[in-house]
Design a protein. Structure first.
Ligand code: GDP
Ligand code: MG
Length: 187
């Protein structure tokens, strides 16, 4: 008996957010399962590939685009965003100022990226990551109010939010699965 044909999808995923919020750390944790407190950031475009066996018939190749050194401008070019099918917006739970960046990044995405026409051409799914949650447990920053976050996500058009820690490897796989599901369901 023949196996069902395997389908392979390549998804370009953007990871944006203010400088120092943990974008590179999240990608490194997700792709290589490592964390370090100190490493050089390169200027330019950096991306990492993660291959996910999504189901018995579907393989998803996630191309995670890391903005390296350009996030201080608070926006990116259309060319950089081109062809993206999903995004993470990251903020640092110990720095309220980085949460202000969230709205700005979401607006930048909404203004510059749309789904392919065959998929309706609307906004790409975007998941909000409240990163460095390990520091909340250590008494830094303000505890997150889940109901307020739900409301914020609804108002701003985020698909969902997760409290993550690249350090402790908390919720990163879950957040990625949520985003992949959001995109697969558009296929
Ligand atoms: P980026 O500028 O958004 O790419 O941020 P980085 O990934 O370079 O992280 C900035 C700093 O925050 C680094 O010193 C990381 O080690 C630290 N960091 C990133 N994620 C976490 C986390 O989940 N918990 C803690 N405690 N530190 C983190
Ligand atoms: Mg970085």
């Amino acid at each position: 008996q023949a196996n069902p044909p395997t389908r392979e999808y390549l998804y370009k995923i953007l990871v944006v957010g203010d400088l120092g919020t943990g974008k590179t750390s999240i990608i490194r944790r997700y792709v290589h399962n490592i964390f370090s407190t100190n490493y050089k950031s390169t200027i330019g475009v950096d991306f990492a590939l993660k291959v996910v066996q999504w189901s018995s018939e579907i393989i998803v190749r996630l191309q995670l685009w890391d903005i390296a050194g350009q996030e201080r401008f608070g926006n990116m070019t259309r060319v950089y965003y081109k062809g993206a099918l999903g995004a993470f917006v990251v903020y640092d739970v110990t720095r309220p100022q980085s949460f202000e960046g969230v709205t700005k990044w979401k607006q930048d995405l909404d203004a510059k990226v749309t789904l392919p026409g065959a998929w309706g051409g609307g906004h790409i799914p975007v998941v909000l990551l409240a990163n460095k949650s390990d520091l909340l447990q250590d008494g830094h920053g303000q505890a997150i109010q889940p109901q307020e976050m739900d409301k914020f996500c609804q108002e701003q058009g985020f698909a969902h939010w997760f409290e993550t820690s690249a350090k402790d490897n908390t919720n990163i796989d879950e957040a990625a699965r949520y985003l992949i599901q959001s995109i697969v369901s558009l296929e």
